[in-house]
Design a protein around this ligand. Structure first.
Ligand code: MN
Length: 425
């Protein structure tokens, strides 16, 4: 659904937005920021943040009501509103910020002077496992004889994660302690994680609500997606290997999850929708409740994601971050709409502000692996950094940053902002 807000030539009176690699006027992601005043809703535009509560009075009817819903410290009220209302707000904001409209720099805040917060209070967080190349690579390490379980191509595999330990980009991640059993030891011991890893994932923000007991049909599931972010599902591999059977991840995943704080809307990503990659010959077709022609035709996202590592020594020596991988959201086996339809198919009520992780996104090629577990092949192959340092897993002082961009010939490139944190002892 393309409109005037996607026009590649559209420019803003906010000069820093024009040609901005992340937040040109074609993006307009929602977030929660604070400055000398408390947390409230805003929109990223170039190097500035537009204060939604301040602009509300200047916008027409429906857009105004939505702005007012974003005046508080979480965007859950905005996420509760239907997609059509969100689209109306986008069009109103685009017109208001466009070159030719009356400039109101007094309603902007310099982004560098603002702090970004969790954009919503997340009631429930679910992590899927839809990166089929990741699932295959990791499966080979844990179960060489059967990398993919027989259910993988039928069920969008996932587990219920921990919402309380979600944090926005920035700050530190404390290395967890837990039970781990080294291969040469008879029994487990308790202590600091020795195989700390990241997972490159796309986050999916849920909008609207369905009643308990009422599934979301696949052809309506896309409307329940209010936006996307980057998500780092920090993973303690040694804890995971010991604890995961038979119920899956627990403490290996619940100590911290980092997200990029801007909600990039489905509207902003409309030009970057792509067909779901055809399933390899011999794979089963999705069951009917997961199959929708339009979703298969344009339900995947042409978003490129990158992982950057910077060690303490690299920063001290002024060396630039080292790119560990570059992948694409096209490499997901299930679409975001299939996540929604599957999650609600048994009657689970999805709430505005619920968050999904896609599962680790890995490319089929070695330059696009979404975790150190895969790059180092379970710790067997050292990763040589430009500083001369070697990594198999993360060490204290290491900073991991994810970035993502959507690019398409004839459209303005948009970005997701950053998902970054430093490992601390
Ligand atoms: Mn994960």
């Amino acid at each position: 659904m393309l409109d005037e807000t996607h026009a590649p030539g559209l420019e803003s009176w906010v000069a820093s937005a024009n040609g901005h690699a992340q937040f040109p006027i074609q993006n307009l992601p929602f977030g929660v920021f604070s400055d000398d005043r408390g947390p409230r809703g805003g929109v990223a535009i170039g190097e500035a943040i537009l204060d939604l509560s301040a602009v509300a009075d200047l916008l027409p009817g429906e857009a105004r009501a939505l702005c007012e819903s974003a005046a508080g410290p979480t965007l859950n009220p905005l996420l509760a509103r239907p997609a059509a209302a969100r689209r109306a707000l986008r069009r109103a904001l685009s017109a208001w910020l466009a070159k030719g409209a009356e400039p109101r720099p007094d309603l902007l805040r310099p982004a560098v002077q603002c702090r970004l917060h969790m954009p919503a209070a997340v009631g429930d967080y679910t992590d899927f496992y839809a990166g089929i190349h990741h699932a295959t690579n990791v499966g080979k390490l844990f179960r060489p004889d059967q990398p993919l379980m027989p259910n993988y191509k039928y069920v969008p595999i996932g587990y219920h994660g921990r919402a309380s330990s979600l944090r926005p980009s920035g700050g530190t991640v404390k290395r967890p302690s837990g039970q781990r059993k080294r291969p040469d030891e008879a029994g487990p011991s308790f202590g600091p994680c020795e195989r700390l890893d990241y997972e490159l994932e796309l986050g999916v923000w849920i909008g609207g609500a369905n009643e308990l007991g009422t599934p979301v049909p696949i052809n309506q599931a896309g409307e329940r997606i209010a936006g996307y972010c980057l998500l780092n599902d920090w993973s303690a591999r040694d804890l995971q290997a010991w604890e995961y059977q038979p119920l899956g991840p627990f403490l290996a995943k619940n100590f911290h999850t980092t997200i990029s704080p801007w909600i990039v809307t489905p509207e902003a990503l409309a030009p970057f929708r792509v067909p779901q990659a055809p399933r390899p010959e011999g794979d089963p077709a999705p069951l009917a409740y997961l199959h929708d022609e339009a979703d298969q035709r344009e339900g995947a996202l042409g978003v490129e994601l990158e992982v950057w590592l910077s060690t303490r020594q690299m920063r001290e020596r002024g060396l630039p971050p080292h790119r560990l991988s570059r992948g694409s959201a096209r490499d997901l086996y299930w679409t975001p709409a299939q996540f929604v339809a599957h999650h609600a198919s048994g009657g689970c009520d999805l709430q505005p502000g619920d968050l999904f992780g896609s599962g680790t996104i890995s490319a089929p090629t070695p330059d696009g692996l979404g975790s150190l577990l895969e790059i180092s092949q379970g710790g067997k192959t050292p990763i040589n950094l430009p500083s001369g340092e070697v990594r198999r897993f993360l060490e204290d002082g290491d900073e991991v940053a994810f970035t993502a961009h959507a690019r398409r010939e004839g459209f303005a490139t948009i970005g997701f902002g950053e998902c970054r944190a430093v490992i601390a002892a």
